[in-house]
Design a protein around this ligand. Sequence first.
Ligand code: IVH
Length: 683
Amino acid sequence: MPTPTANEAALRQRYEELKRLIHYHNYRYYVLNDPVISDYEYDQLMRELEAIEAAHPDWVTPDSPSQRAGAPPAEGFRKVRHPAPILSLANVFDDAELEAWLERLARLNPRVREADFSVEPKIDGLTVVLHYRDGVFVLGATRGDGLEGEDITANLRTVRAVPLRIPVDPQGPPPPPYIVVRGEAYMTHADFEALNEHLRQQGERTFANPRNAAAGSLRQLDPNITAQRPLRLLCYQIVAYEGPHPPRTQWEVLQRLKALGFPVVPAEHCPDLDCVKRAYRAWVERREHWPYDLDGVVVKINDLELQRSLGVVGKDPRGMVAYKFPAREVTTVLLDIRVNVGRTGVLTPYAVLEPVEIGGVVVRKATLHNFDYIREKDIRVGDRVIVRRSGDVIPYIVGPVVSARTGRERVYEPPTHCPVCGAPVEKIVGEVAVYCINAACPAQLSRNIEHFASREAMDIEGLGRKIAEQLVAARLVGDVADLYYLTVDDLLPLEGFAQKKAANLVAAIQASKQRPLARLIYGLGIRGVGAVNARLLAEHYPDLDALAQATEEDLATLEGIGPVTARFIVDWFRQERNRQVLRKLRQAGVWPRAERATQAGPQPLAGLTFVITGTLPGITRDEAKAWLEAQGAKVTNSVSRKTSYLIVGDNPGSKLARAQALGVPTLSWDEVQALAQTPGGRP
Ligand code: IVH
């Protein structure tokens, strides 16, 4: 083997340091919820790491933070045997049953009468079993049948809260040679709703609840998809342990896991059963507003030795029990199935229910997700159906109570025409969603206006769904630009509008002319362009004219804009209907320009993207950047395939290796100057 050069050795050292740093910052972010660096700084560390790995692929180890996404397994998942059975839990539903549980145990072993307890929320997610050898995450499995699960290591690697190496904090305790940890993978309500919204936008199948979303995401054959899903983790058990000082109580288990860097369930240590009951009631209250689904608390005898001595019945260890929350599922009659038309024209069915109370809330409507769902679950109009409401998630239909059928139920036929405008609907091949493709559909139009006026977009106060619908119904607006031509007199005939309200709305609309470009781009409702992409576009295009002229290739060079979104954007600007909207906006004076000063004069380097590494002769990094931008170039911090040139100064960093690995050409500062003299910026 050749002796490494001093430079190599230093790089290697930096590489090890980066791995440690990134693991640590993941832990601060995903486990402690207390990041100590900005996302930007984090990205920089990650990029530096990736650059080194690109130049030295042989250095990469499975515990590298870059290995969170990997290659998909060719087919299915391998089976893995658990080191000890992955047991489940018996349930109790009230205090009397809880007392009876403890009484039975006390008869088996009188020491139970003095026992203390750990009381933990029971997270409604998916069990995962994580194996670590010498501190490195080597295997992750599903529960399966409790004896054998499926090897989902590649997917679990992509879950940020799963430590790839323990202890995560270098100051933490040394890792035991072997430890297997059990936890629950889950999704928060907010992440679940956002994921479904995203899937809906893409015309893909949505998930019925956060649990299904978590399960579906973990059982993806392609880990790159799992990597994009907002999965979280909370741990609560050590399934196998080899090493010094095995924990003796459940409380110690949680402390140890925490010290090693695992996120652990928020537990309460109770000295007696009264405390357990109080803890349960506190969780019943909290559950309403908790960010993720819980279906009870788990009551565990704290002393692990005592717990084990009590044995197992079937698959349930006697020494712990699930104290379930009151159900939030009820049955009621499905009176009708109706259809909503969204902003992009997607038709979404919903259930009209005989009103029913679930957990203190009267529910009249519930989502049915999509037409395939109705067919797959065989949900019929007139059915008695199970409705579930959990937390702040929109109530949904779990399925029909088939045994309650009378024969009078009606099989539902999905609409062939838009229920609002009557235009024929279309199903796009490969998508679940059914669309109304009539761009002038009033339902789409009012949703578009609602979106345009929303807080993240043009933020027009007082213009919500109801008024958007009124404006469309009265034919006062045919597109978003028409808003700016509304007068007080136009509004007065509308129901609920007096002079003051009309004047306020007109004033609010006029005030929105001052909103920055990014908000306007977002407000236009171009498919695939959310608030983040809109901001990105506004950073690169000074106004809507420039954006309208961008080609798919231009757009796809922006980090974060994929080819599909690039096509959506170009298509949007191509449509005559939308061009008309732009003309009217411009005429009304709604034509923000990006805040970044745009350059007059020739821009010889327009369209080129540069990255700088090392010290440039006679010019600071900031000055060089400003000069390049004045020549029309874009300057970014990391080398990617989209980089046109890497500018190399003295003492270049790891970016050089990355550029070489990717085949990105390099230039000296002098050569850049020469390039700017060349017409068209091409040598
Ligand atoms: S202890 C030996 N603790 O609930 C039994 N389970 O019905 C170990 N769960 O499959 C389970 N939160 O996936 C335990 N704090 C918690 C839990 C928890 C959620 C799940 C677990 C298990 C199911 C039992």
